[in-house]
Design a protein around this ligand. Structure first.
Ligand code: NAD
Ligand code: ZN
Length: 242
């Protein structure tokens, strides 16, 4: 039986497409505190700012193009049946040709109504806090970006944990572009005997909550668009019994 490959990605894989990473500037995201724009408890209090912030994120993603790293990952899906699990809210894995992508933090193009539970795709359009309403129940103030905020339930984490816990000795976990601050993937996969490969831009020495890179068999520092070439070689060697 051919090995199972799971690819877990974070903001770093989209950095070379021009999408800023999360922690780049001291725990803020594009100049806003995460607490202000990404918190399930406080979003309603900050609703105009929250909508304005995600409107800008959504519009900024409209013309962004996937890069070579996304393309390699979708090729691994088509060639080797790799499962793609991403923390990213952009749709660059899909744009690069991937058919099946699990977004554990939702998608930038989705809206969600807390009044009735309706979730729908608005594409790359702006949401008007003053005028727009939930198409199902008419709520105005209950509508928010459909992504997972801090303190929100994250139902897809269960699928992530299951995919990781099923990895056996001959399987491969590939992690690209994540600090591990939000999801500590190294810890989750710590006791799986599979081959583990990590790519990040550089060591995260000053971040005490980043993951333990020593839990990986291969650690490749450098841009994802280059690292995927080396990762592809590791996959090939592994599949050839190396
Ligand atoms: P993070 O910002 O905490 O860490 C980014 C990681 O990517 C770092 O380890 C860094 O070394 C690495 N990196 C940066 N540039 C890289 C490159 N060119 N090639 C390879 N690696 C590179 O990101 P995170 O761990 O994914 O956490 C961010 C959270 O914020 C996620 O949960 C996500 O939902 C959200 N987010 C999403 C996007 C997006 O959709 N593109 C962007 C920013 C934040
Ligand atoms: Zn509704």
């Amino acid at each position: 039986m051919s090995p199972t490959i799971v690819v877990f990605t974070g903001a770093g894989i989209s950095a070379e497409s021009g999408v800023p990473t999360f922690r780049g500037s001291g725990g803020t995201w594009e100049g806003h505190s995460i607490d202000q724009v990404c918190n399930a408890y406080s979003w309603k209090r900050n609703a105009p700012i929250v909508h304005e912030f995600y409107n800008r994120r959504r519009l900024a993603l409209k013309d962004v193009k996937h890069n070579r790293a996304h393309k390699y990952v979708s090729d691994w899906q088509h060639k080797h049946g790799a499962k793609i699990i991403t923390q990213n809210i952009d749709l660059l894995h899909e744009q690069s040709g991937a058919d099946d992508v699990l977004h554990v933090h939702g998608r930038a193009t989705d809206m969600k109504c807390e009044a009735c539970g309706n979730v729908w795709d608005i594409g790359y359009a702006e949401w008007s806090y003053e005028a727009d309403r939930c198409a199902k129940c008419g709520s105005k103030r209950g509508v928010r970006p459909g992504i997972v905020f801090f303190n929100d339930p994250a139902p897809n984490y269960r699928i992530l944990y299951k995919a990781i816990s099923n990895l056996k000795k001959d399987d491969i976990l590939i992690v690209i572009g994540t600090s591990g601050t939000v999801i500590d993937i190294a810890k989750i996969a710590e006791f799986q005997a599979c081959k583990k490969i990590l790519n990040n831009l550089e060591p995260d020495l000053h971040n005490p909550t980043s993951m333990n890179v020593r839990l990986f068999d291969h650690v490749i520092y450098g841009p994802a668009t280059e690292a995927v070439v080396s990762i592809d070689e590791i996959i090939q060697a592994h599949l050839n019994g190396g």
